[in-house]
Write a protein that binds this ligand. Sequence first.
Ligand SMILES: [Ca+2]
Ligand SMILES: [Ca+2]
Length: 291
Amino acid sequence: MKVKWGFLKRLHLDHTYGLLTARSAYLCFQAFNLLDWRGEGSLDDVQFHAFMSIATDLTEKHIYKVFDIFDLDRSGSVEFDEFYLLTSILVAIKDNQGKQFMYQHWRTCFEILDEDGGRTISLTEFCTLGFLFNFTPRAIQNIYKEFDVAGNMELDYSEFRLFVLAAIEMQKRLDNEIDPLPTRIYKYVQSHLQKMNLPFLKKGSEEDVNGQSQGSEPMLMVAAQMVRRITTGRSASRSVTKSTERRNSIALSQQLLEEDGDLEAQLGNVKEEAEDVLSVKEGEKDTSITV
Ligand SMILES: [Ca+2]
Ligand SMILES: [Ca+2]
């Protein structure tokens, strides 16, 4: 599940408690009131669907599933407390803190996943609802292999608790192992430049992925330029030029966008850094590239 609504990007969780900050909770309440246009203090399935289709990339089938799950008191509608819980999860996922959220609210998450209320989470339940926390079916299979101690394809409280503890440890390890974001983007751009045999990639720059040395400057420029183009949403047609470098970089950014939809989100995070780089470059040289 991907959170795509700009409004939710303004909301954040308090790190200590894993709940919406006061300001975020206020905004959440305002959003709820807007959606609840009849003023009934609850959202019906249609209003809920409208919200979820703006906020996420879930299919209609999944959205109605989420509606059923979050209607915790089975009232046939989603009240503010239920909406608040859902929003907290969406914000956690948006901030890549889904597992942290599970850790902090493991009992609530257990109850969400335990759809039939039987006090265990069956493999089927996990598979049906795992998309909420972005677990792939394969990951879920592995979870059961490792944490279903009793071997009955059900996770009870203690098995689930063990799994959540392990997941958070795994997440920490992953976070430490993964390169910082700008480096990853430079690597990504670099590999594409090489694949496309672009002429302006100077020899000897292949090893340098941090954009520090003279040799990698063109690559850095392209990355910065690409970030700027994507994040400002300007069309390629406005940037047509005779410059080979510029044409190549436009082609490259389009190709990157087609190949990796997630890149757009990743690139948004380094926009400022990239713009700094670009403005320095523009100040230094007459041959600057503007988009
Ligand atoms: Ca309800
Ligand atoms: Ca169950």
